[in-house]
Design a protein around this ligand. Structure first.
Ligand SMILES: Cc1ncc(COP(=O)(O)O)c(C=O)c1O
Length: 410
């Protein structure tokens, strides 16, 4: 937000008598929501926009999942339920996560309204003011934001695109006496990187050696095109110190249903339950029944989604690869490309935020400037390829015209 806009807000709050706290002012945000609003404004002026900013699969929720939710509503499952989730869903999650090699029983599972609240709950439950939290760079911005809210200090470590995105010696170098929590995010938003099995072994050793706890955000864990995603919680001794966060949002195209979960050491569950009681009380029971259908019925819908994403990824990477000034590494998982557009910024003298605004307003492509993902995201764009193949073709044509436009400013 610009300094003028913040000053305007302060002024408006003071005159309305609702001056907000420093705590809430310090919160970060996800720029995707602001770009979505800007894209709607451009669309409202009658122009077509290729929507590559948004982090959702771009297909409807599979019908059998929708039906299970509707059936539960018709069956009158509309009251409060247990804060940590209904037993049938906790059991189904334990089975699914157990099948991935993570030691897990139903009592380790907590069901929430989307994965996002679990970032805050984990921070509040495990990190004290003054502690340090290691976060990826570039970063899904919510980890940093909630760490600051809890009075902790986020410390970045570098993640690069590809099948082995973390340099373990770089990670080891940022561990200090105040380090408490390591946030892992693989597959990684925004680069689509994975952590190789051998790096995961080495990271698990670091965690044990330095007596850390881990928040492992695996919401893209089933959307992998090459290599393998494994959870750090599958490594010996790590399930006892890991909060594994996952979600129905991306895997089953259920972003708006708001259904996520965590697998955590049993003693932590009651503390997180207290946080849930202080916040949402529980996730809606009919949504949880949709979740049971998602996990226990055919997984063909997930395979179809991965196949579709592989196709759109290939088309986008191929298209971007032919554009002068855009450097892209093939993402191996999730559904984002994270091209480096430094040459275009140098030629045009624009910042990446300005360049992304030009891309939307003059060329009709909504993308996120990498600066929304921390310092390591500067000079990059995040493009979601979770959209129809023909929209990828349209976007590539427009991005090529944008690149030529920026180059001509030199
Ligand atoms: C890395 C990461 N974690 C968590 C989430 C939030 O997932 P949910 O919709 O389940 O809250 C997102 C959404 O974009 C994400 O990219």
């Amino acid at each position: 937000m610009s300094a003028t806009r913040i000053a305007d807000l302060h002024h408006a709050e003071r005159s309305a008598g609702v001056s907000a706290t420093e705590r809430v002012r310090a919160l970060g945000t996800e720029t995707a929501f602001a770009v979505a609003a800007a894209a709607r404004r451009v669309q409202a002026s009658g122009r077509d926009v290729a929507l590559l900013h948004i982090g959702e699969p771009g297909i409807p929720t599979p019908p059998h999942i929708v039906e299970a939710g509707i059936r539960a509503l018709r069956d009158g499952l509309t009251g409060y339920v247990a804060p940590v989730g209904i037993p049938e869903l906790r059991g189904a999650i334990a089975d699914a996560v157990g099948a991935r090699g993570v030691p897990c029983a139903a009592e380790n599972v907590v069901v929430t309204s989307g994965a996002k609240p679990l970032m805050l709950y984990t921070l509040l439950a495990l990190v004290d003011a003054g502690d340090e939290v290691l976060v990826p760079d570039p970063v899904f911005p919510i980890y940093e934001s909630v760490a600051r809210l809890g009075g902790a200090r986020p410390v970045p470590y570098r993640v690069q695109p590809g099948p082995d995105g973390i340099d373990v010696s770089e990670l080891a170098a940022v561990i200090g006496p105040r380090t408490r929590l390591l946030v892992l995010n693989a597959p990684h938003n925004p680069t689509g990187a994975l952590i190789s099995p051998s790096s995961l072994d080495a990271i698990a050793e670091l965690v044990l050696e330095h007596d850390l706890v881990v928040l492992s955000d695996e919401v893209y864990g089933r959307l992998v095109f090459s290599g393998r995603h494994e959870s750090i919680a599958s490594r010996p001794g790590l399930a006892d110190r890991t909060v594994l966060v996952d979600s129905f949002s991306k895997t089953y195209a259920m972003t708006g249903w708001r259904l996520g979960f965590a697998v955590m050491p049993a003693p932590l569950v009651e503390h997180v339950a207290t946080l849930i009681i202080n916040n949402t009380s529980c996730a809606p029971p009919f949504v949880q029944h949709a979740g049971i259908a998602a996990l226990t019925r055919s997984q063909q819908c997930v395979e179809d989604l991965v196949a579709r994403l592989r196709g759109t990824r290939d088309a986008l990477v191929r298209g971007l690869g032919g554009i002068d000034g855009v450097r892209v590494t093939e993402p191996v998982a999730a559904f984002y490309a994270f091209p480096d557009v430094s040459p275009l910024l140098e030629r045009s003298g624009l910042s990446v935020d300005e360049a992304a605004a030009v891309l939307l307003e003059r060329h009709g492509v909504a993308a996120l400037a990498g600066t929304g993902f921390g310092a390591g995201g500067d000079r990059h764009l995040r493009l979601s390829y979770a959209t129809a193949p023909e929209r990828i073709e349209t976007a590539v044509v427009r991005i090529r015209a944008w690149a030529a436009d920026l180059s001509s400013l030199s």
